[in-house]
Design a protein around this ligand. Sequence first.
Ligand SMILES: NC(=O)c1ccc[n+]([C@@H]2O[C@H](COP(=O)([O-])OP(=O)(O)OC[C@H]3O[C@@H](n4cnc5c(N)ncnc54)[C@H](OP(=O)(O)O)[C@@H]3O)[C@@H](O)[C@H]2O)c1
Length: 262
Amino acid sequence: MEIGPGTRAIVSGATRGIGRSTARSLAARGATVGLLARSTDELEALAAELPKAVALPADVADRDATQAAVSSFIDGAGGLELLVANAGVAHTGPFLELEPDQVDEMVQVNFVGTLNVVRLGLPAMLARGRGHVVVVSSGAALRSFPWTAVYGGTKAAQKGFAEALRHELSGSGVSLTTVYPGEVRTSLHAHERQKMPDWFRPGDAIPPEVVSEAIVDGVNRDRREVHVPGNVRLLGLNSLAPGLVDRLLTLLRGGGAAPRRY
Ligand SMILES: NC(=O)c1ccc[n+]([C@@H]2O[C@H](COP(=O)([O-])OP(=O)(O)OC[C@H]3O[C@@H](n4cnc5c(N)ncnc54)[C@H](OP(=O)(O)O)[C@@H]3O)[C@@H](O)[C@H]2O)c1
């Protein structure tokens, strides 16, 4: 599906990082954009900056609030062609040192929130036989790292959901792209910078604009998957040759990325 002035899109997690950049990339192609996130002031500020944008304050973990936000956009814009399920949170640390609330938040926002947004937006696209869903997962879905057991688990859950759904949508006129970003310069870890593990390399992070342009390209070309940067694809080798990937990551990220030797 070619993104253009006729595209009506909802982006979740639109106040910062990849979501905000995606909203800008879509707006630059003339799309009408529904900006969904919790921070009302930031939503209003971005909506005022973009030519055809509307603030949709909602918590994606709250099904009723998300339903109200998605419905109000579809009613107001007259339809929906593109849904970017991007909202996400991260809490990093040894599994048992995470607070139970942090664990629940990652599951609720990253996975259940994705299901909510897609489930509520998809029917409008299927009714018209036209549309595209984007699920923003992570390289951590392909190979999860120490201290990201729960975060990586939620990202892998998105991957499994999205893979099956793309096939289920075959012949419907609606398609789906799963996005696997590597490290991106956003506020995802802003609350925990001081306690990130030593394999974390913020200096290597790419700007969110690279991801949002890759998302636009992935939709325009109906890509099954988008790996950004491209070397994230190598993490997919983990399912075939985990020892090889451990060695590669040890070389690139140090021993903390793969402390076990077998
Ligand atoms: N940054 C990376 O290195 C990286 C790498 C791979 C994948 N990703 C994925 O990319 C996606 C975007 O992350 P980012 O890096 O852009 O992070 P970010 O800068 O922290 O932005 C996260 C966005 O999600 C929104 N959000 C968080 N909880 C929400 C909730 N309950 N309901 C609605 N919106 C919510 C936030 O807005 P409010 O706080 O206003 O609600 C914000 O707009 C995430 O799914 C993340 O897992 C990021």
